[in-house]
Design a protein around this ligand. Structure first.
Ligand code: VGL
Ligand code: ZN
Length: 205
C-alpha cells in the first residue's frame, strides 16, 4: 500500500473522552486503538484529529440551561445534538488514548475550537462551509484517496467521509477500526448516507 503516494489515513478523535471511562464514552471505543496502530504505517500521508472544545462550548448541554445531554436543539447553522462536556482543550479527556501510536502522525488537526459552532467533520465546521484547512493540506500533498478510521463512526467519522467525497476525494471507511455512539438509529442513518454518497464502507463485522 505504501507505493500509493496519493493515499492518506485520517484518524478521527481517538481521545480519552470517547473511550470507556471518558465523558462521552463510545462503547468499546478503545478497541480501535490496536487496529489503527497496525495499519497506520501503510499510508504515506497520516493525519490525526482531536476534538478540541473551549470550556462551556455551545455543543455542551451544560451551556444551555434547562437542557440535558442528547437533547436536540436548533442552532443558527442547523440542528445540534447537545453533548456532555467533553474534549475540553488541554484536559486529560482531550488527550489521545495512551496506547495510540501518534509518533507517525504528520499533521494533528484540532477542530471544534470555536465556542459558537460545533465541528464533527475534519474538513468543515457544522455550518458545512467554514473550512478547517484539511482539504488544502491533503491537496498540497497530492492526496486523492482518503481512508477514515476512529471515533465515532456515526458522527465525526461519517461527517468527515461525506465531506471527503463532496470535495472529490475517493473515501473509504474501515468499520473494524471505528466504533459508534448510535443515538436513535444514527449509525444506520450514517451508513446509508455514506453508501449513497459513494463512500466505500469496508470491514463490517
Ligand atoms: C464527536 C460528538 C461530539 C465525535 C465529537 O468525535 O464523533 N461526537 N463531538
Ligand atoms: Zn465534540
Amino acid at each position: 500500500m505504501t507505493k500509493h503516494a496519493n493515499e492518506a489515513i485520517v484518524v478521527i478523535d481517538v481521545q480519552n473522552d470517547f473511550c470507556p471511562g471518558g465523558a462521552l464514552a463510545v462503547e468499546r471505543g478503545d478497541e480501535v486503538v490496536p487496529e489503527i496502530n497496525r495499519i497506520v504505517r501503510n499510508y504515506p500521508v497520516r493525519v490525526f484529529t482531536q476534538d478540541w472544545h473551549t470550556k462551556g462550548h455551545g455543543s455542551f448541554a451544560s451551556a444551555h440551561p434547562g437542557r440535558a445531554p442528547f437533547d436536540l436543539i436548533d442552532m443558527p447553522y442547523g440542528p445540534q445534538v447537545l453533548w456532555p462536556d467533553h474534549c475540553v482543550q488541554s484536559t486529560d479527556g482531550a488527550d489521545f488514548h495512551e496506547d495510540l501510536i501518534t509518533e507517525t502522525a504528520q499533521m494533528i488537526l484540532r477542530k471544534g475550537f470555536r465556542s459558537e459552532i460545533d465541528s464533527y467533520s475534519a474538513f468543515f465546521e457544522n455550518d458545512r462551509t467554514t473550512a478547517t484547512g484539511l482539504e488544502g493540506y491533503l491537496r498540497g500533498r497530492g492526496v486523492e484517496k482518503v481512508t477514515l478510521v476512529g471515533l465515532a463512526t456515526d458522527y465525526c467519522v461519517a461527517w468527515s467521509a461525506l465531506d471527503a467525497v463532496r470535495l472529490g476525494f475517493s473515501a473509504k471507511i474501515r468499520l473494524d477500526a471505528c466504533r459508534a455512539i448510535d443515538l436513535d438509529g444514527s449509525l444506520a442513518k450514517a451508513l446509508s448516507a455514506m453508501e449513497a454518497a459513494g463512500v466505500q464502507v469496508v470491514g463490517r463485522s
